[in-house]
Design a protein around this ligand. Structure first.
Ligand SMILES: C[S@@+](CC[C@H](N)C(=O)[O-])C[C@H]1O[C@@H](n2cnc3c(N)ncnc32)[C@H](O)[C@@H]1O
Ligand code: SF4
Length: 299
């Protein structure tokens, strides 16, 4: 049952983190308009099961006025609202209060990312400023931290990731920039998708062009041209040319099914899946898109 829509307000970002699975960058294109947001929110309501809307990206605070209007509209429609941000705007507590004040009472989850991909210290001062301002305003704030590749390697052999940190998924820019620092496993071992419910996704991402992503770079339709309810109804994972093999035997089956060239080992299931999809892009250009999810396209 589809319960959450994550709006990628823009692919643009203040940063270019090495681990970024949406290839966020100052040089990216693609920004959602308010008209598109209203259309998407209406579609979400028409489906009947969507309860929460997240505004993320890229960096959603780059288009603050549009994000705020979208937040207000989602809240007005009775939807739970969340935001995911890198907190670049929280220059001081006083400044952060100004950025956050209009969101108070509307946003039920402000997720701030802070780790060694975003900043040169795990808990950045910006994040601390955002945390203090959110506390004063009564906005629930959580911190998202992704572990370094070496920490995940160590966790693999000895036990646990550092407290509060999650493992990097080697897709998007992470596949290109970080996979070399990761431990490797034989490709045949990646026999399932460990992260997404491919058969009945609970949440999906909508990008600035209207593409509905089950996982970053796997689109099952365009919400600006086809009704969300219709896309959901028409979606049949078993017969889908990418989801079918993934469900049958994970990324390894995707490689076998299409007889793709491959290396002996990969960092994780996402890494093999992402590389297999890159090889299949020309063949399934209406699914494995847009270009923004596979690089920072030259303009
Ligand atoms: C793509 S960012 C967009 C919002 C905002 N710019 C930010 O960084 O919080 C959303 C979240 O995805 C996380 N993320 C990005 N690439 C990832 C990857 N390869 N594996 C795990 N998490 C990732 C980021 O760390 C961040 O917490
Ligand atoms: S993880 Fe967030 S902050 Fe980093 S480049 Fe991607 S979108 Fe930007």
């Amino acid at each position: 049952m589809l319960s959450g829509l994550h709006l990628l307000l823009t692919y643009q970002c203040t940063f270019e983190c090495d681990h970024c699975f949406v290839w966020g960058s100052p040089w990216q294109s693609g920004v959602m308009t308010l008209e598109n947001i209203q259309h998407i929110l209406q579609q979400a309501q028409d489906v009947g099961t969507v309860k929460s809307i997240y505004f993320e990206g890229g960096e959603p605070f780059l288009y603050y006025a549009v994000m705020l209007a979208g937040v207000r509209e989602a809240a007005r429609r009775g939807l739970q609202v969340g935001i995911v941000s890198n907190s670049y705007w929280a220059t001081s507590v006083q400044d952060a209060l100004e950025w956050l004040r209009p969101l108070a009472g509307l946003v039920g989850d402000l997720s701030i990312s802070s780790d060694l991909y975003h900043f040169d210290e795990k808990q950045s001062q910006l994040t601390e400023n955002a945390r203090m301002a959110a506390e004063q305003l009564g906005i629930p704030l959580g911190v998202l931290s992704v572990a370094q590749p070496e920490a995940a390697c160590a966790a693999g052999s000895m036990g646990q990731l550092p407290a509060g940190e999650s493992a990097v998924m080697y897709r998007g820019r992470a596949a290109e920039k970080l996979a070399a620092r990761a431990g490797r496993q034989p490709w045949e071992q990646f026999t399932e998708c460990p992260h997404e419910d491919l058969r009945e996704p609970g949440r999906v991402h909508v990008d600035a062009f209207g593409n509905l992503h089950i996982c970053q770079g796997i689109s099952i339709g365009n919400i600006l041209t086809t009704a969300l309810a219709e896309i959901c109804q028409a979606y049949d994972a078993e017969t889908h040319p990418i989801m079918g093999p993934l469900l049958a035997g994970g990324p390894a089956e995707l490689v076998r099914r299409y007889n793709l060239p491959h290396e002996a080992s990969y960092a994780d299931a996402c890494h093999l899946c992402y590389e297999a999809r890159r090889a299949l892009r020309a063949r399934f250009s209406d699914i494995l898109m847009p270009d923004q999810m596979y690089s920072v396209p030259e303009t």
